[in-house]
Design a protein around this ligand. Structure first.
Ligand code: SF4
Length: 364
């Protein structure tokens, strides 16, 4: 196969591909709550939530978010804290911050009317080529592709295309090809049918070719090369980072927290964190140096969290301070207050510990 394969046109094959795919979708699509609407606000939220997340995992978050922010206006008027709290658990928090920014822009610059064209949508924070295509085709029937990893996989197999899908140029070529192949009408249905095929039938490892509506058109199926496709260069290994998480508590049982200002997890709340793997003794020495004396230290346990490019390897301690002294930039919060703060999933293990609160520990 050559890189140019998407340029070889076959009208009959393309027509059958479109017809089979759309017929199949009408009969087999999943009954998802956002498929009952073409309201752009709802489609936008569902598309942003579904990025990097399984649809089944998204459903409860989607319902909760819609209950909290039923309209674009209600989202535009929310605080960042409220939006992050509603997003808590979904990860990739920049998506939530961008939702808020975009809602505010639409409210102010577009008088609350969702922009209709994909070209305008693409300029809004957090809306890339794929999301703009999905919203514009589903809600406004624009003839514009929405190429995500599912669509790349499906086409790589049908056309036995061996371009590395992690290279932007291969996505660009495919997008242009899909634009040529897609029908003039019901473009949103076509885009969703492709995504659905990739999500349900043409799945990554072992595709369910026996139930596939485009099996007769699939080169990879004919040659038995499905498992080799799509071609994707291996990812670089995630960078390993060690952290010591300190749940610093005072006599009233309150815990020290601060709101992050870093790009990663910005706006979320965190416990005191040291960028090293420290033993109990080393924690005591560290805290003494910054003027904090402890009454008791308790080992909580270890947890890991994998981000896209890095992995946090964390160890946690509860540190009860002697005199209730805090640390600059941090404040003490009661457990009930912490319930209402958005903490990253990465710290879930330590937050859970806090609500269960172990009594084991030793005095120092
Ligand atoms: S026949 Fe198999 S490999 Fe080809 S598109 Fe269908 S599910 Fe994917």
């Amino acid at each position: 196969m050559t890189d140019m394969v998407y340029e070889q046109r076959d009208n009959e094959k393309e027509e059958r591909l479109v017809r089979n795919l759309m017929d199949w979708y009408y009969q087999n699509q999943r009954d998802l709550i956002w498929r009952k609407t073409r309201e752009p606000y709802r489609i936008w939220i569902s598309e942003i939530m579904a990025q990097q997340t399984r649809i089944t995992a998204v459903l409860p978050y989607y319902e909760r978010f819609m209950k909290t922010f039923p309209t674009l206006k209600s989202l535009a008027e929310a605080s960042e804290d409220e939006v992050l709290k509603s997003w808590e658990g979904l990860g990739y928090y920049s998506r939530a911050r961008n939702l808020l920014k975009t809602a505010q822009i639409i409210q102010v610059d577009h008088q609350g009317d969702f922009p209709q064209g994909s070209a305008v949508l693409k300029k809004l924070p957090g809306i890339g080529e794929y999301t703009a295509g999905a919203i514009a085709s589903i809600c406004f029937d624009e003839k514009v592709p929405a190429v995500d990893g599912n669509v790349q996989r499906v086409f790589a197999r049908i056309y036995e295309n061996r371009m590395d899908i992690s290279i932007p140029q291969s996505k660009k070529l495919l997008t242009e090809f899909v634009r040529e192949v897609m029908p003039e009408r019901e473009t949103g249905i076509f885009n969703q049918a492709l995504m659905e095929l990739g999500a349900l039938i043409c799945i990554p490892k072992i595709p369910n070719c026996e139930s596939c509506p485009v099996q007769g058109l699939c080169e990879a199926y004919k040659k038995g090369t499905q498992a080799e496709l799509p071609v994707k260069a291996p990812k670089k290994a995630a960078k390993q980072e060690s952290k010591t998480i300190l749940l610093i508590t005072n006599g009233a049982g309150e815990v020290l927290l601060r709101q992050r200002t870093e790009k990663l997890l910005g706006g979320l709340w965190e416990f005191y964190m040291i960028e090293e793997d420290l033993t109990e003794e080393e924690v005591l020495v560290y805290l003494e140096k910054i003027g904090i004396s402890l009454e008791k230290i308790t080992y909580i346990g270890a947890a890991t969290h994998i981000f896209t490019h890095k992995q946090w390897n964390m160890k946690g301690y509860e540190c009860k301070v002697k005199d209730g002294k805090g640390i600059d930039g941090f404040s003490f919060y009661a457990k009930e207050q912490i319930e209402n703060l958005a903490l990253p999933t990465a710290l879930q293990f330590f937050r859970n510990w806090l609500s269960e609160e172990s009594q084991i520990g030793f005095s120092v």
